[in-house]
Design a protein around this ligand. Structure first.
Ligand code: 13P
Length: 253
């Protein structure tokens, strides 16, 4: 039985005051939930503050997720943050291959795979994002695209590496658009991903959590999370409002 996981990707949002308010709201609102695992993903700059606020509230049920990392452990890489640094701050998860990193910051499958391996080398759990563009969906190549993205990591890290990883299916056309994939569209790709992994390792296919991301909100979380192969959500905009995010977490509990 896979435990559901809901991760808030705050992207480049939040002041110190907003981080405090949001974490306190989420910590209080989610205190009674026992089945769902919850993580919040502030900017690098706010991770230390977020960890302090969680500790101050005694909210050890809230995990921390980073949004990115360097593939290198240290060195002359101006502006970068490494996996050992994140681990020292108590970060549990790190998003790799988010479509905004792939598109805006030109991260290739090879870069994503290197970051995935760097995360695991420091004991962080990578949340590997895959997803197709609208044009690719319309061309009928959604499954092919996500499998290519997944295979790039399997080739570099080996199938066993998926044992301590999370996958996230985030169709680009559903991110920040308010246009969620239907539960059938999402389930279909999640099934394809799981069946692909099962060809190499059935135990990992059964245990790996595959999150859906793309305009998840309180109003659609329950139907998405009730699909057989959807194990929670990677939530953008709706994770910036404590009440809405808690409501999404409740749908997964
Ligand atoms: P939205 O929930 O704002 O569509 O963003 C999804 C996302 O990119 C999460 O990583």
């Amino acid at each position: 039985m896979r435990q559901k996981l809901v991760v808030g990707n705050w992207k480049m949002h939040g002041s110190r005051a907003q981080v405090r308010q949001l974490i306190e709201g989420v910590a209080t609102g989610s205190a009674g939930l026992s089945n769902v695992e919850i993580a919040v993903g502030p900017t690098f700059l706010h991770i230390g503050l977020a960890a302090e606020i969680c500790a101050g509230k005694g909210a050890d049920h809230l995990k921390l997720a980073a949004q990115n990392l360097s593939a290198e452990p240290q060195g002359a890489f101006t502006g970068e943050v490494s996996a050992p640094m994140l681990a020292e701050y108590g970060v549990n998860y790190v998003i790799v291959g988010h479509s905004e990193r792939r598109e805006i910051f030109a991260e290739t499958n090879q870069v994503v795979a290197a970051k995935f391996k760097a995360a695991q080398a420091s004991g962080l759990i990578p949340i590997l994002c895959v997803g197709e563009s609208l044009a690719q969906r319309q061309a009928g190549t959604s499954a092919e695209v996500v499998l290519m993205q997944l295979n790039a990591v399997i080739e570099a890290a080996g199938i066993a590496a998926l044992q301590s990883a999370v996958l996230a299916y985030e169709p680009l056309w559903a991110i920040g658009t308010g246009k969620t994939a239907s539960k059938e569209q999402a389930q279909e790709i999640h099934r394809v991903l799981r069946e692909h992994i099962a060809k190499s390792n059935t135990a990992i296919a059964q245990s790996i959590r595959i999150l859906y991301g793309g305009s998840v909100k309180a109003a659609n979380a329950t139907e998405l999370f009730s699909q057989a192969d959807i194990d929670g959500g990677l939530v953008g905009g709706a994770s910036l409002k404590a009440e809405e995010f808690v409501s999404i977490c409740k749908s997964a509990d």
